[in-house]
Design a protein around this ligand. Structure first.
Ligand code: GLY
Length: 568
């Protein structure tokens, strides 16, 4: 690490934190997150991280801990943790084998390309975002069982019992959580046509439980994966959904399968980066962006410096332009991955980049624009005592998904249908355009930005990371890797550092408010960049684990949420 650079980064981070605390701090040691000897779980809730660690302590491995952590998030973090959604897993086994699992939701059999359009062909506001038609066929239970069956060592009952106990005994509501229950209360009432269990009366510090969810999990522990897709839970779920006008049937549930996928793997300096392949755009975009910035000496330019930001956002713009046009479910559309990821192609994409001015978005092909994605998702990383590492990002899409709450089952349903392009080729009601590659078709998976990522350094495991944040997921993962590798930050500092984002269109750099100096913003504006500091109060909530030189693990749990690292 370059000492001067490190010092300037630390000064910026400290000034930012002093702003909140109102007191000066001495600039000394790197600010590390939790450091542990052999194993760690970092997730959006302390209870979920603790349960994951408890499973590891029982002799389980990362894949057993995955099942427990993911279900504990469904209990304690209903905002994004789920049984009614889907996700992606990227793994690296202790022998270096890498792979990926896709448990993304699917469009129902009765869905069709124009299902969110009115008779004039216009997008009907809200139809793909709230209520029963927004719901895709959930993949989470299929995903955690498929991963655990293949790689796990404990039996499912042992794994799920602590989660069932947690759902019965309850957990303490945090301030952020209480605010969310309050803010979403009215829309919950409208969608569910009644007050639901999660409502504005829940206060910070209250202990709440979820016995319907405990019962659902008990049946799943007893009967296995098919309980959710073919059993009593499936029947109850379909009955509930159809009573709210859903087109999802028992056949949809019984046909759902999670799929092993080849992940995207590429080289950046001495790092080997492995991330999620389509139907997530994460791996391809991350690969494109990192290959485009690699020829530039970002380390010398400096962390969040004018030149670094310029190079990074220009690469982001070009990758997101390609994303919008070419990417979709690989089972349905041909993705020209080889070309999109070739060095010649990417070198050519950056040919018109200049430090003297912003490249206008409308001069960058491809001329179709990405669909709207909301920003509520959750990520967790696990490294076990055997050396297996996993990165998992899971989502309901929007906060509490479709807001439809299956009260007898104890969980929310996703609104992932909104991740399709409702009307390919024309602006939707957010003013954005989607592409044909991501149009709706029965059983198709909607395009995602989730980017669970594993990084190796000189062939050894180095980092596991990921984040929520919709379209900002890819750029948050990108910046966090560079924060560690190019700018020498610790895992915790890398996660805490202020973030920026450019997604081609709208033609602007989104920046976290109060994270960047006014002078820098003025310089960017004078070069033609439009800066938006109001769109995203926070960009991403990155959770990650880094291996230190002495072999110990450092957790980075994002200060922006209630995220917590637990290890031993
Ligand atoms: N729903 C957010 C994503 O999949 O990217």
């Amino acid at each position: 690490m370059r000492i001067a650079l490190r010092l300037s980064v630390v000064i910026v981070l400290l000034l930012l934190s002093c702003k909140h605390e109102g007191k000066a701090k001495k600039i000394e040691e790197p600010q590390r997150g939790l450091v542990a000897e052999s194993a760690m779980v970092v997730s959006a809730r302390v209870e979920a991280s603790q349960i994951g660690i408890a499973i590891l302590k029982k002799g389980g491995n990362a894949f057993d801990a995955m099942m427990a952590t993911e279900m504990a998030l469904a209990v304690t973090y209903p905002y994004a943790g789920n049984l009614g959604g889907g996700g992606f897993l990227v793994y690296r086994l202790t022998d270096g084998t890498k792979g990926a699992l896709d448990y993304r939701e699917k469009a129902p059999l009765a869905s069709n390309r124009d299902m969110f359009l009115d008779e004039n062909g216009n997008v009907i506001k809200g139809k793909s975002t709230v209520g029963s038609l927004a719901v895709g066929v959930p993949g989470t239970i299929a995903g955690i069982f498929k991963a655990q069956e293949r790689f796990g060592v404990l039996d499912v009952k042992t794994i799920l019992q602590p989660v069932i106990d947690l759902a019965n005994k309850g957990y303490v509501v945090t301030g952020q959580q209480a605010n969310r229950f309050k803010n979403y209360d009215s829309i919950f009432r409208v969608v569910n046509k009644k007050e639901i269990y999660f409502n504005k009366n829940i206060k910070k510090g209250d202990r709440i439980n979820n016995s319907p969810l405990a019962e659902t999990l008990s049946r799943i522990a007893e009967n296995g994966r098919d309980e959710f897709y073919k059993g009593e839970t499936a029947n109850k779920l379909v009955e509930f959904l159809q009573s709210h006008g859903s087109i999802i049937t028992l056949e949809d549930l019984s046909k759902y399968e999670a799929k092993w996928r080849d992940p995207i793997t590429f080289q950046y300096d001495n790092l080997t980066i492995t991330s999620m392949s389509p139907p997530s755009s994460g791996g391809i975009c991350l690969n494109q962006i990192m290959t485009m910035v690699e020829p530039f000496d970002l380390g010398d330019f400096g962390h969040n410096s004018l030149k670094s930001i310029q190079v990074m956002v220009e690469a982001e713009k070009r990758a997101y332009a390609d994303r919008s046009f070419y990417l979709g479910d690989p089972d349905f559309v041909e993705i020209p991955s080889e070309t999109l990821l070739s060095e010649v192609y990417l070198e050519n994409r950056m040919k018109d980049f200049s430090f003297n001015r912003s490249t206008p978005a409308d001069s960058i092909s491809h001329g179709e624009i990405m669909g709207y994605e909301s920003e509520e998702t959750t990520h967790y990383s696990i490294v076990d005592q055997f050396g297996n590492a996993i990165a998992v990002t899971t989502t309901l899409n929007g906060g509490y998904g479709s807001k439809l709450y299956a009260d007898k089952l104890g969980f929310f349903l996703n609104n992932e249908m909104d991740d399709f392009s409702s009307k390919p080729g024309e602006p939707n009601y957010y003013g954005l355009i989607g592409a044909e590659a991501n149009s709706i078709a029965p059983e198709k998976r909607m395009l995602s930005s989730m980017t669970p990522t594993i990084v190796e350094k000189d062939g050894e495991f180095y980092m596991s990371l990921g984040t929520p944040g919709g379209s900002t997921i890819i750029t948050s993962v990108f910046q966090t890797i560079l924060n560690v590798h190019e700018f020498g930050l610790t895992m915790q500092e890398a996660v805490n550092a202020p973030r920026f984002h450019n997604q081609w269109l709208p033609d602007e750099i989104r920046m976290e408010p109060n994270g960047f100096a006014e002078k820098l913003i003025n310089q960017l504006e004078s070069l033609g960049y439009k800066i938006n500091q109001t769109r995203s109060p926070v960009i991403g909530k990155v959770d990650g684990i880094l291996i230190l030189e002495d072999g110990r693990l450092e957790g980075g749990a994002d200060r922006r949420g209630d995220d917590t690292a637990v290890g031993f």
